[in-house]
Design a binder for this molecule. Structure first.
Ligand SMILES: [Zn+2]
Length: 239
């Protein structure tokens, strides 16, 4: 169970606070149990169709051909909550129809799933009144913009959590750890790998390939888990 703190965004009285390691553990459990139930085995990258199935399992509806232009040009995903019911997820059709942006679609689907799985109970606990919904018709929705899908500031706690969850589901910590450990051993590196080094760039590329994510998503995840650093590479311990 998460710890509860005051919600400074004013959406709820209280909001859950998760440590990154709690989300890592929880997300790894969720994705591995889901893939095992579906295929009898756990393999990465998670297939895009399986990401849709995961949402469909826990949401009332998934529409990947939604017109979200009413929310603004930056919006690519919306999750709508109704107390007592499962949430409904909408993904921008512009994203679904553009095959060059499949990695973006994958992170958006998984980000919205983060809201479905980790946030929908909040609307059951503190449902907005009919009056409030009339004044603020988007009060029961989370409207997600492209720029904060993978990484948001901690003050925007819902987006931050969904972004972290997205990385933790697509790139579970133990699988990423194994990949990074192999790289460090092969290249005789102790500690975090510098993003400025060729090995750092190769590690990002290996993560992109292993988990079928964008360069940005791979980089953010590797930084958050402490496998990448912005500092220059320290020399190997043993020549
Ligand atoms: Zn979001």
């Amino acid at each position: 169970m998460p710890k509860y703190v005051r919600d400074n965004t004013g959406r709820f009285q209280q909001r859950p606070h998760y440590e990154p390691k709690e989300l890592d553990i929880e997300c790894e459990k969720i994705i591995k149990a889901f893939l095992t139930a579906l295929h009898g085995t756990v393999k990465f990258p998670v297939q895009t169709e399986d990401l849709k199935k995961l949402i469909e399992r826990d949401a009332d509806d998934l529409d990947v051909y939604a017109d979200l232009s009413i929310y603004g040009p930056e919006v690519e995903g919306v999750t709508e909550f109704s107390p007592g019911q499962k949430p409904r997820v909408s993904i921008s059709s512009a994203l679904t129809e553009d095959t060059r942006r499949e990695n973006r679609l994958r992170t958006t689907l998984t980000h919205e799933y983060g809201h479905v799985k980790f946030h929908s109970y909040l609307w059951d606990m503190e449902p907005p009144s009919a009056d409030l919904l009339r004044q603020q018709p988007n009060r029961n929705k989370i409207i997600c913009k492209r720029d904060t899908m993978i990484d948001a500031t901690q003050t925007d706690w819902m987006e931050w959590q969904a972004g972290y969850i997205c990385g933790a589901l697509l790139m579970p910590k133990s699988t990423v750890t194994n990949l990074c450990r192999e790289y460090s051993e092969v290249h005789n590196i102790y500690g975090a790998i510098s993003i400025q080094s060729a090995v750092g760039a190769q590690l990002v590329q290996a993560t992109v390939t292993a988990f079928k994510v964008s360069q940005e998503a791979a980089r953010v995840r590797l930084f958050k888990l402490g496998f990448l650093t912005a500092a220059p590479q320290s020399p190997p311990l043993f020549g």
